[in-house]
Write a protein that binds this ligand. Structure first.
Ligand code: HPA
Length: 240
């Protein structure tokens, strides 16, 4: 199957049929949900494993991405939960990620570790697929769903949230939103030559940014409903 959604949720009941496929890779085995929609199979990958059981810094990104490649996937839409340090993007808003700043520290970041695999230096002038981004915009417009704009994603190592000083720095460097999972996911997609687009759902104001002085990190609560809405847009966009 050519199409996949990472982190999507709440739409399994709209499929005609679904099953779980265990895909073996050299980095580990991954369970992927396969859902048949309008006669076509789409792969759904819960990034953190079933039941959100793996923290961001320990996710097996290489196994995840390799499993999708093995299934034949060429196009991926992914949802990412993010905090906002841009006053124009408030909790509940949807933003299209258009670039990233990488502040991760200890994760395997490439499939190419030298030796037999060789060495490659991926081009990062356009890390997020332009076509998928445009189709997403058009689909959202058609469905009457407002997209707030585009944004630069800052990826932190986590699992802790940021300090106010760190957010001040990230903002000064050009960041709009912050999360803990998009790097190396987007980089590995590029290495596999898979078109990849990430859509951010703002779950909270970043530390020190919140207008009322209180940071509420209710990620699951803020994502409720929105994630389902975005996943449905993904399904429509993938059928364009
Ligand atoms: N920081 C880092 N990751 C996040 C946040 C945040 O504020 N919100 C959701 N994921």
């Amino acid at each position: 199957m050519e199409k996949a959604i990472i982190g999507g949720t709440g739409v399994y009941d709209i499929g005609e049929d679904s099953y779980v496929k265990s895909v073996s890779t050299e980095y580990g085995d991954v369970e992927v949900d396969i859902v048949k929609i309008n006669g076509e199979e789409i792969a759904f990958l819960p990034r953190h494993g079933k039941g959100h059981s793996v923290p961001p810094h320990l996710i097996n990104y290489r196994a995840n991405m390799k499993s999708l490649e093995k299934l034949g996937v060429k196009y991926i839409y992914a949802t990412v939960a993010v905090g906002s340090m841009n006053e124009n993007y408030a909790p509940g808003d949807i933003v299209v990620i258009n670039d990233f700043l990488d502040f991760t520290k200890s994760r395997p970041i490439t499939f190419y570790e030298g030796g037999e695999e060789g060495v490659i230096h991926s081009d990062m002038s356009d890390p997020y697929c332009k076509n998928l981004r445009e189709v997403f915009y058009k689909t959202a417009q058609k469905k009457g769903v407002g997209i707030k704009g585009e944004g630069v994603y800052v990826c932190t190592e986590g699992p802790r949230f940021e300090t106010a000083a760190e957010i001040k720095m990230y903002k000064a460097l050009g960041g709009d939103v912050v999360g803990m999972t998009n790097v190396p996911e987007v980089v590995l997609a590029k290495e596999l030559k898979i078109c990849y687009s990430a859509i951010g759902i703002i779950s909270n104001w970043c530390t020190g940014i919140e207008p009322d002085g209180i940071t509420v990190h209710d990620i699951a609560g803020a994502m409720e409903g929105k994630k389902e809405l975005v996943t449905k847009l993904f399904i429509d966009a993938l059928q364009e």
